[in-house]
Ligand binder design. Structure first.
Ligand SMILES: [Zn+2]
Length: 464
């Protein structure tokens, strides 16, 4: 009988108790940790919560909520399937949370992110779902201040504009959006550090009803978009047909391929089309790259200069059709002005600036690009000689090279482009003293300038 008590009841009971203890009672409470070190969150908040249940019984329920004062915002609630009676439940879970705190109207200031978690384990005294973690977070869901303080933004399609903004000092990213184009916003020109400006373009390939925006965001991702009231005048660009002759192809194509270290194609027309399409695209990508950084102040003084005693052969925005043997074989837009003078005529810098490129540039041949500050650049293409080097500071009118027909040019001329942050704009505006005064200079004079450039330059971008 004793034996029976010991082995028949006692031992199974002991084993059962052990099993219950092991699978259902042991382990204590679940623990939650936050991924990352984020203590301040913006309007679009995100956290990743990891919850681990000790022991064998597995998680039953997890609730994530935000407590601000006496208000509770439930962000997430998850229920989990029980495992087998002897374990096999969910031991740990990773819960990413994305919420719009603005929509929930969570107040600004400190709030506590609280994670509650329950397991399938047995707890006898406490009926409440236990706290697995609490994390104090600062809620900052107000975007930086952003205001357009200049007016009269009158732009012609393919033209340029300058706008002045007042932007909160907590902004870390600021740009002007025009369709898919982006133009940086520059601080430091005006004495008031909250003032900023942007020279932007309304590119010729957009529709005149495009709405430019100032877009600003802070460190925690709060952002705001403010429309820049802009009057955009549409324009019709000219249609021009260019005849491709065999003589031109024979003269140009072998030489252009040889320059690039490529085998000369048998089919010269196909070779031409590849250059006119692919090399052109590459040249433009290279231009966007090398016009990415610009002096944070204007290096120009007065209107830009058009090459002396020259005739305009092609205009900005010409829609070109390329005809070969009576058939249209390609279409491209001409993104500058072609100016012809005497052969090997001297080419002067349109304004003061710094040379950022002096080398071969695909379709443009031997090319000089000058940074005039605030994102404004000029390009001189098809040169026969280059007389400056990268880094040279040039004065208005200083000779930078001689005209020629390098690159995809049929005869001796200068291809002259004006670019705003890598986007070609109509150079005619920048040649026009009155346009420059009304659209650029008047806006630069809206507020007092910052301290003289010399000191600012010492460690600024402009000196590099
Ligand atoms: Zn041209």
């Amino acid at each position: 009988m004793r034996k029976f008590l010991l082995f028949g009841i006692g031992l199974p009971l002991a084993i059962a108790t052990l099993l219950v203890w092991w699978f259902k009672i042991d382990g204590g409470l679940p623990v939650a940790v936050l991924e990352g070190e984020k203590a301040t969150v913006g309007r679009s908040a995100g956290w990743v919560v990891n919850v681990t249940a000790p022991g064998q019984s597995g998680l039953k329920e997890v609730v994530v909520r935000l407590i601000s004062g006496d208000r509770i915002f439930e962000l997430e609630r998850r229920d989990f399937e029980a495992g087998a009676w002897l374990g096999g439940g969910v031991e740990s879970v990773r819960i990413p949370i994305e919420v719009d705190l603005g929509e929930l109207e969570v107040p600004q200031g400190d709030a506590t992110l609280e994670v509650l978690a329950e397991t399938y384990g047995w707890r006898f005294l406490d009926r409440q779902i236990p706290t697995a973690g609490r994390f104090v977070q600062t809620i900052d869901r107000s975007p930086p201040q952003a205001q357009v303080v200049s007016d009269q933004h009158n732009v012609r399609l393919g033209g340029s504009a300058l706008a002045v903004f007042r932007i909160g000092l907590d902004a870390v990213a600021m740009e002007v959006e025009v369709g898919d184009y982006r133009f940086p916003v520059v601080r430091g020109y005006f004495a008031d550090p909250a003032l900023a400006l942007s020279v932007f373009a309304v590119p010729e390939d957009l529709r005149p009803d495009v709405q430019p925006y100032l877009s600003v965001s802070d460190e925690v991702g709060n952002s705001i978009r403010v429309p820049i009231i802009t009057w955009i005048r549409g324009r019709e660009f000219r249609d021009r047909t260019l005849q491709l002759s065999d003589g031109f192809l024979q003269r140009k194509i072998p030489q252009l391929y040889a320059n690039q270290g490529l085998a000369v194609p048998d089919d010269l027309l196909a070779g031409y089309l590849r250059i006119n399409r692919e090399t052109r695209k590459r040249s433009e990508a290279q231009l966007r790259e090398l016009t990415r950084n610009s002096a944070p102040e204007p290096l120009w003084d007065g209107a830009f200069r058009r090459m002396a005693r020259s005739q305009t052969m092609s205009e900005f925005g010409d829609r070109r059709s390329y005809s070969y043997d009576g058939e249209i074989v390609d279409r491209q837009t001409h993104l500058g002005v072609d100016l012809a003078s005497l052969k090997r005529a001297e080419v002067g810098a349109a304004q003061g600036g710094r040379v950022v490129f002096a080398d071969d540039l695909g379709i443009y041949g031997s090319t000089v690009v000058i940074d005039h500050g605030l994102g404004v650049f000029t390009l001189y293409g098809h040169l026969s000689s280059i007389l400056v080097a990268v880094g040279d500071v040039v004065e208005a009118g200083q000779v930078v090279g001689n005209t020629g027909q390098s690159g995809l040019a049929g005869g001796d001329h200068l291809h002259y482009s004006t670019l705003v942050r890598g986007v070609h704009v109509d150079p005619v505006e920048w040649w026009d003293e009155r346009w420059l005064r009304d659209h650029v200079q008047s806006k630069l004079e809206l507020f007092p300038r910052a301290a003289p450039a010399e000191e600012a330059k010492a460690d600024g971008e402009g000196s590099s």
